[in-house]
Design a protein around this ligand. Structure first.
Ligand code: 5GP
Ligand code: ZN
Length: 117
């Protein structure tokens, strides 16, 4: 069924507690944890409990949960004391997506390079 956990998905394993992660926030529908290879002083991933391959697929199937990813991303930034931060949704391997479970990157804590890439 759409949204069900996938046995070959790293983020589903983190949600199940099978792989440890440094969790910073949790709701009934989302989980936020520190990226294992931080690209900035704050680098946190916010994911939905449901499994969809990317943010657009999540938004199409579960718009309320997609919206909650954004509110949680904002809450993460506030918890980290960030006024300035960047949200990134990589979609597709050629755009740098490596984990095919919807997630948003919250990056901040240093001046971020201007521009799109
Ligand atoms: P993507 O490249 O798919 O947009 O982002 C996946 C992110 O997951 C990468 O930034 C990568 O560092 C992070 N990541 C990969 N494996 C793990 C892990 O086992 N634990 C955590 N916390 N992050 C991971
Ligand atoms: Zn998954």
């Amino acid at each position: 069924m759409a949204g069900e956990p996938q046995s070959d998905c790293l983020f589903c394993k983190i949600l199940a507690g099978d792989i440890p992660a440094t969790v910073v926030r949790k709701t009934e529908r989302t989980l936020a944890f520190r990226d294992i290879h931080p690209q900035a002083p704050t680098h946190i991933l916010v994911i939905p409990h449901v499994h969809y391959p990317n943010a657009a697929a999540l938004a199409a199937a579960e718009p309320a949960i997609a919206a909650e990813l954004l509110t949680e991303a904002g809450a993460v930034a506030k918890d980290e004391g960030l006024d300035d931060y960047r949200l990134i949704f990589n979609t597709g391997a050629k755009a740098g997506q490596t984990i095919f479970h919807a997630h948003v990157h919250v990056l901040g804590g240093k001046p971020l390079r201007e521009g799109m890439v």
